[in-house]
Design a protein around this ligand. Sequence first.
Ligand code: SAM
Length: 218
Amino acid sequence: MISREISPGVFILELEGQKRLATRSDDIVPVYGERIQEGYRIWDPFRSKLAALLLKGRSARPLLERDAKVLYLGAATGTTVSHVSDIVRDGLVYAVEFSPRSMRDLIRLCEKRNNIVPILADASRPEEYASLLEPVDLVYQDVSSRNQAEIVSNNCARYLKPGGELIFMLKTRSVDVTASPEAVLQAERKKLQGLDLLPVLDLLPFHQDHFAISGRKS
Ligand SMILES: C[S@@+](CC[C@H](N)C(=O)[O-])C[C@H]1O[C@@H](n2cnc3c(N)ncnc32)[C@H](O)[C@@H]1O
């Protein structure tokens, strides 16, 4: 098996003639049924928007350093969080999720890893977890609610370090099902204040009506 590190802790494997994205973990038990091969956890772009983004061209720049601190909004049961946790081995992932049901599974994952802080909270009220957080290097958001742009904007204003990065997975249908995805994208992008935005990538063919908006805090 051939492996190439495209960013700290993120690998492209050549497996049975196919290129697959992966992270490395000491854990040999799958988190969500993913394939594990010689210590590499295969990262499925159809299950994770961050994996889709990396495969669509984000890989030209390093994603995260090993000691980075990440605020992850919309952690769900931890599918993508688990790969971010693999990447920031010496850092921390603050994982915010407001569904108690998803949080139960997320806590099971946290019990096996010492770099995820689970936070049961509503990301639209960032002041409620102020006592648990420190300034972070990356704010990553995947919450698919109507006020996605306001949520990410407020969290970046509070918790993103100057020069830190934002990755915002915008689901346009959650904002307005009647408007065109392009019109929603342009309107939501304008709501992001205090950030130098990079060109937007759509996540097709992996995720329909989803756009990755990236940027840096000025
Ligand atoms: C699309 S799922 C996230 C999938 C996850 N990011 C992954 O890749 O493994 C969206 C999640 O955001 C959560 N969510 C939605 N609005 C939220 C809010 N205001 N605060 C916290 N979590 C929220 C939902 O409960 C759901 O678990």
